[in-house]
Design a protein around this ligand. Structure first.
Ligand SMILES: O=C[C@H](O)[C@@H](O)CC(=O)C(=O)O
Ligand SMILES: [Zn+2]
Length: 276
């Protein structure tokens, strides 16, 4: 488990490109036949990437959190950003089609992952946060959550946002999670941009062609920086950072938050004209 300690906005102006990427970009979460984990100390979120190709993979113990199992004190949302596959939680198999979401509640013991087809392997993305109680493990089929249509083709930001784990959907302690997919020809996400100082957030970009990139904006609204992001890379947004991006091709992303509240609309807008 890689440790990413929390950062303050005052650090951002002096960071080089490499430093910005080292703090906020997760480049290699999905490696064939491996389980990779990154611990962001912003709200103690753990990101895990699991890419089972030649056989099933089990979720290991992570000594850094001093627990026998990841779910001893935690919950997680899982979204499959690869081909179809299966997540088995304490003997119960859950089949995840591409972009399906599985919530795993506190107390789960044995968790394993498998792909249907080694030539189109599943890619399971876990977003885990500390949990004070156990909510039931629930599967949501692709598009099965609360759907919001956002943006306009004229501003190149027409997109479909699906909330899976949220206040009025699958229950959790902290995790709020969903998937946004851009319509063909639309390239901008989350513009106008926003911050939510009560929650951190992570975007995992997927479905981006190999030679395309997303230019992702971060930082305080009056002091923005950018990261050039490839497919299946994640960006950590501290609560004080905006998070928005534009692709050189269209794409989707898994967004997930944890923190003080689960109120999706508790956000402060920052129109384009105020950004610096
Ligand atoms: O706080 C909410 C998150 O940033 C995302 O849900 C926004 C998003 O997916 C979008 O505008 O497309
Ligand atoms: Zn947000």
């Amino acid at each position: 488990m890689e440790q990413r300690y929390a950062t303050a906005p005052q650090q951002v102006p002096s960071m080089t490109t490499e430093e910005l990427r080292g703090h906020y970009l997760v480049e290699d979460l999905f490696v064939a036949d491996e389980v990779r984990a990154v611990h962001s100390h912003h709200d103690r979120v753990v990101l895990v990437g699991v890419l089972p190709r030649t056989g099933p993979l089990s979720l290991p113990a992570f000594p850094e959190i001093r627990a026998e199992r990841l779910f001893d004190r935690r919950e997680a949302g899982v979204v499959n950003v690869g081909g179809a596959g299966t997540v088995t939680v304490d003997g119960e198999e859950h089949r995840l089609a591409p972009t399906a979401c599985l919530y795993i509640g506190r107390g789960a013991q044995e968790v394993s992952f498998a792909s249907d087809d080694a030539d189109a392997p599943a890619a399971f993305y876990l977003f885990s946060a500390p949990a004070h109680t156990a909510h039931p493990t629930v599967l949501v089929e692709p598009g099965g959550g609360t759907v919001r249509e956002l943006g306009d083709p004229l501003t190149s930001n027409r997109r479909t946002l699906t909330q899976y784990i949220h206040e009025n959907g699958v229950r959790s302690c902290q995790v709020v999670m969903g998937v946004t997919t851009l319509h063909p020809g639309s390239m901008w996400n989350t513009m106008p941009a926003h911050t939510h100082d009560r929650r951190m957030e992570v975007y995992l970009y997927f479905g981006l062609p190999e030679d395309a990139r997303v230019v992702h904006l971060l930082g305080e609204p009056h002091e923005t920086r950018h990261l050039v992001v490839a497919d299946r890379q994640a960006v950590i947004s501290p609560p004080w950072s905006l998070h928005s991006g534009v692709g050189t091709a269209s794409y989707g992303f898994v967004w997930a938050m944890a923190g003080e509240n689960q109120s999706f609309d508790d956000m402060d807008p920052h129109p384009a004209a105020v950004l610096r």
